[in-house]
Unconditional design. Structure first.
Length: 94
């Protein structure tokens, strides 16, 4: 009995594969038709208006100050670690 179900499973999978291949060919045909209508022109990306750049976000002065302060803090930490590493190398080589 197990062989019969395995054969049925293989048959079902083969039929599904044939069906999907048929659908794929149908879809590819539709794509070719649309490309022919567009004559190779690509559709604009969603949200893009023809001839205009996307709108940039504007940050408030307070937000810019917070970002700048955070960046200064990161650089200060980086310089502190770099100085400590340099000082450690100087002591070990001397």
């Amino acid at each position: 009995m197990a062989r019969a179900s395995k054969t049925q499973d293989v048959t079902i999978l083969q039929m599904a594969l044939i069906g999907y291949q048929f659908e794929k060919e149908r879809i590819e045909g539709k794509i070719r038709e649309l490309q022919a209508l567009l004559k190779g022109k690509k559709a604009p990306a969603p949200g893009m208006v023809k001839g205009k750049a996307p709108v940039k976000r504007e940050l408030s002065p307070a937000a810019r100050n917070r970002i700048a302060a955070a960046q200064r803090k990161r650089w200060a930490e980086h310089r502190k670690l770099a100085a400590a590493a340099t000082a450690g190398q100087d002591q070990s080589s001397g």
